[in-house]
Design a protein around this ligand. Sequence first.
Ligand code: COA
Ligand code: AMP
Length: 632
Amino acid sequence: MSSNFNKIYEESLKNPEQFWKEISEEIFWFKKPTKILSKDSPPFYKWFTDGVTNTCYNALDVHIDQGRGDKTALIYDSPITGNKKQFTYKELKAQVSKFAGALSNHGVNKGDRVIIYMPMIPEAVVAMLACGRIGAIHSVVFGGFASNELASRIDDSKAKLLVTASCGFEPGRTVEYKPLVDEALKLANHKPDKTILFQRKGHEVKLKAPKEISWDEALSDAKDTDCIEMNSNEFAYILYTSGTTGVPKGIVRDIGGHIVALKWTMKNIYNIDTDDVWWSASDIGWIVGHSYIVYAPLFKGCTTVLFEGKPVGTPDAGAFWKIISEYNVKSLFTAPTAFRAIKKEDPDGKFFSKYDLSKFEALFLAGERADPDTIKWAESLLKVPVIDHWWQTETSWAISSNCTGIEMMKTKYGSACKAVPGYDVKIIKPDQTLAKPNEMGDIVVKLPLPPGTFPTLWNADKRYEENYMTNYKGYYQTYDAGHIDDDGYIWIMSRTDDIINVAGHRLSTGAIEEVLSEHQSVAECAVIGIKDQLKGQLPVGLIALKAGVTKDNETITKECVQMVRNKVGPVAAFKTALVVKRLPKTRSGKVLRGTIRKIADKEEYKMPATIDDPTILDEIKADLIKSKILNI
Ligand code: COA
Ligand code: AMP
């Protein structure tokens, strides 16, 4: 007998247009779509092409229209500053509609890009939603990125306006945003017309009128502004993510598909209803934050928590339990690294036992592989299902998961469960044939992708097609490798490009290498991601020096570490650079990064047949041992 889940899943693949048409009835449209899927120019598929709607209307106004305006939309809790605040749907709409007016007053029109570089404060959510209200395209930049990264995003998006704050707070340090923004604006070729800056209490900074205005000033003459009608295929936002080079990729999201898919996931994947409190402990600068702090819970009309803190150190390893018990959170979504951090600090759950978590029903993990040890530890502590699910910035919602709102499936430790309705996931082997169950290969998804995924890259159709849709015709290449077992469970084993995952943060080793090669003494370099017990992976740079360099190695490596911090940002967690005599290469000159990584991770490796000089691997191994990167 086919299970309920199997029936829904099969239906979604057999008749995707009918499947998503029915689901699209659940959202608010100014004009309902009659054309569900346009297949005119593959791989560029478009969902709900003639539909007219608005992101912000679906996040806020619709709930007020339906009589739920006094329900809590957003709970802000900041253990770092001690501030707490709650907003009903009506209150949040009031703030958003005023700020939308402020954006319009300062020249932002439909289709203009607005960069949001802010800490985890309600004003960041207000700015995102206000963009949606007037049809502007936001691009949120994570606060842990430095000026260079901010500048590259300003240049690529050609932002009209930048919204920022005077500072953010990390445990033990204040992140001054203004100097970072100033530097980014100096570096960028494109100059936004204005900056609106939110002054945090006690941390006000000087602004230079008329190009720099405070948030309060911008609001002072702003009028309430209604949602404008947007075509379903216009863009809601750009979110830049690491590519294989230093140039980030602008993932875009179209408006209609985004609302339809994300609203559906809240019940079907996460089993969340409108009366529930939901918490995603991520950052609005990442896709998890976009989709599950802001958009999906607000489209659903439930309550979402915005947490300005860390799993440990704000003030202790009980911070998560405190939030869950104080606000009766039903489910939490975070990265496995957060749980590894709590486990490290409080292995016996002493903090946990202080709180009442009786309303808590499930923990969802994603962003990196959830190691079975961490899942089992969390299960034994929380006594609720702990669910690993797999997704990417490109898709904005889970490709594989236990769809708990449809049917709770059994856990297989180490697997991210089954493909979610809408995703036809396959494994393709190096010989380009489809893999049988349990055979390893590249993980791909048959086109068209479901609504809410990325229809293209910002101003880069060609890059979209070449990068993701060319190696396997008719499929989206995820750049993850793994296998699917006999029961249809997906096992994500590794990336197939040079992306590494540091504490759930996606980083490009290529981008770090570009910075290291700028150092005057560096002839060539290779960055690899090595295993780390807390953060999953950590970047390590191997650098070979130019002939005749007289500076000592310690000074050079310190300078390299600082350069990466300044140019990519502290989030890269780049702390180790190692001077080596030479880098191992193939005869055609390709650096053997994979082999170096295997040596550092104590994995078995084969001597590559094409290696130029095998003795270099022994030298590298000796260097890794000497520097204690490799412990034997
Ligand atoms: N603004 C400025 N700096 C930031 C920042 C932000 N928003 N977020 C992180 N940083 C800085 C940190 O302060 C740290 O700087 P430091 O080198 O001066 O200490 C650096 O970037 C690395 O940060 P992080 O990766 O957070 O490491 P950590 O050691 O400070 O904390 C964890 C470790 C596990 C507690 C932390 O990584 C965590 O909470 N992870 C959750 C994962 C997550 O939310 N992932 C998002 C995708 S789902
Ligand atoms: P991001 O685009 O930042 O969300 O990162 C996406 C990448 O993170 C994926 O391509 C995977 O490599 C990795 N990832 C995300 N979730 C999981 C998971 N549950 N298991 C294994 N890897 C994951």
